[in-house]
Ligand binder design. Structure first.
Ligand code: ATR
Length: 274
């Protein structure tokens, strides 16, 4: 069954905080698409049946956020290589009854860094944190040609598990020794929740970082975290985390609505104000 209005949305639980409706709504309006993008709150036990119901009803697809990202991958009929490698999906595309899973988080990360800085992908990258975001980012950095990933995490075991899956390019560095991973690095990435409003700041001695190492944070509330403030004080190029959210949305919008959307300052302003 096909509908005139192209429909998509974002699944999560809770999902009220999601900025995705604002983001896709901005693009729908800008490109004059006859489409809609809505919040899709779904409890874990209802997620799969809700996805199948919308796919059968002719919806175009959906974004997926916490806690459904792994379930989204396992229920899909097909998955992109990057979704399979990352082990989670943030984007579902309904293709004539088939459910296709993709993961665009790493794509969003790389596009944001490339758009916002003179990043040298041929140098080692230092990653702080080993959660779900780190997994997507590390995978995309390896794909982009980073010769070495220096991974440090408060809980070393978690970093080791991630490194086991993504080796051989990942080297573990002790959390207490984390500053040493910045020596010769081209990119320094905070994927921990440190620096988020209400959380303690990330403490990181930047003195051994090369003067052109790019500093970036996946935290975007506040937009400029204490880590990015410290990087700016040392004149390092800095990329804030909001752009990752904006860029990860591009492949889904294009697949559902048929237009390749652009990230620009007008979009940033709208999302920042929301
Ligand atoms: P996500 O999957 O979204 O990346 P997560 O699994 O909650 O989020 O991961 C949060 C990251 O922030 C982890 O790397 C976590 O370190 P642990 O694995 O040791 O828990 C890190 N983190 C959170 N609070 C921290 C703190 N106070 N000090 C150091 N690292 C912290």
């Amino acid at each position: 069954m096909s509908e005139k209005i192209l429909r998509a949305g974002v699944f999560g639980w809770p999902v009220e905080h999601s900025k995705s409706p604002k983001l896709h709504g901005f693009w729908l309006n800008r490109y004059g698409v006859d489409g809609s993008y809505v919040l899709l709150p779904a409890r874990p036990e209802d997620f799969e049946s809700e996805v199948r119901r919308l796919a059968a009803a002719g919806w175009r697809g959906a974004n997926v956020t916490i806690p459904h990202k792994e379930a989204a991958l396992s229920l899909a009929d097909r998955a992109t290589d990057r979704a399979r490698a990352i082990g989670a999906a943030n984007t579902l595309i309904f293709d004539e009854g088939e459910i296709v899973a993709d993961n665009t988080d790493g794509f969003g990360f790389i596009e944001n860094v490339r758009a916002g800085s003179p990043w040298r992908s041929d140098r080692p990258a230092a990653i702080l944190g080993a959660g779900g975001a780190a997994r997507a980012i590390i995978w995309s950095l390896i794909e982009a040609g980073a010769p070495e990933i220096r991974l440090t995490n408060r809980t070393r075991d978690r970093a080791m598990r991630l490194a086991d899956e993504l080796r051989p390019k990942v080297r573990i560095i002790d959390w207490d020794d984390r500053a040493s991973g910045l020596d010769g690095a081209g990119l320094i990435v905070n994927t921990t929740s440190l620096g988020m409003t209400g959380q303690p700041p990330l403490e990181l001695d930047l003195s051994v970082a090369p003067p052109d190492a790019v500093a970036t944070d996946i935290v975007y509330t506040p937009l400029i975290t204490p880590f990015l403030t410290a990087a700016r004080a040392r004149d390092l190029p800095v990329v804030d985390g909001l752009g990752m959210l904006l860029h990860q949305a591009r492949p889904g919008f294009e697949a559902w609505f048929g237009v390749a959307p652009e990230v620009d300052d007008a979009l940033r302003e709208v999302i920042l104000a929301s």
